[in-house]
Write a protein that binds this ligand. Sequence first.
Ligand code: ZN
Length: 317
Amino acid sequence: MGVAAWLRRGRAARRREDERRDEIQPAARALRALEFPTAAAVLVALLAANAVVWGAVVSNDADTLDAHVLDIGQGDAILAVAPGGTTMLVDGGADGQRLLGELAEALPPGHRRLDVVVATHPDGDHVAGLFAALERYRVGMLIVSPLHDTRELGRQLREEAEAQGIPVLEAHAGMHLVLGEEVQADVLAPAEGEEFGGGGVNEASVVMRLRHGSVALLLTGDIDAAGELRLARGPWDLRSQALKVAHHGSKTSTTDLLLRRVAPQVSAISAGADNTFGHPHPGVLERLGVAVVLRTDVDGRLRLRSDGETLRYEVER
Ligand SMILES: [Zn+2]
């Protein structure tokens, strides 16, 4: 593994995070609770304030959150491993075998569980690989976008999940996932009942902000400029030390407006080597400016590691 760098957020930023955390802690009245038949006894409860909360009982000494941007070629697949061992896979790329190889590298040996799988939108470069993940791993829950079923691939993935008894939830802003102590993922988009314009399924990508203490990572799927505008105008705190650049660095995303709101110090681009789309676009690299830019097509698998106060990154090559 190569370079490591440390980033630190100020006391004021941490205080703002604390205030925000207070806001979103609901008066916990469980509407229903589901217990999944996983080895880790994951408990999920849907709470009054559109919240999804779970705690995983896994013995694991690691107290870091790792977000691995997997090197799956042209597409997206991001694996988060929280302190305590809860895992969340956001998208699975286009190639199931390649995804399984990358997961085996990133997960502890013998690990056969993905507590949460998120399909940000039903394009092949995000969901085709997930069929292999559902076959190999015990999956606790599948979270999908509101337009998931508008594509055949999306419908097939849902059917596969349901055939395995995996609960399928439609994501909407305000959903709140607790992945472990101090680790939470907030769904910021799309808004419930939102109408989408010409951007199709990309525009409806599930956007999540993963937080660990005062460190945040923004995961944007393939949202385009219209989606970024809605996100930037929304009520959410978007500031994040790390940004998963939308749509593989396409020129139709990564607007200056969004970048001002997020102010990333590290940007991660998932794109295939020598891809035919020309991703990432040179204009996007220019707009990212002073942020450290990591690219799977150049750097291989990327690891963003948080200890709750600082973010460190490592690259495979
Ligand atoms: Zn894509």
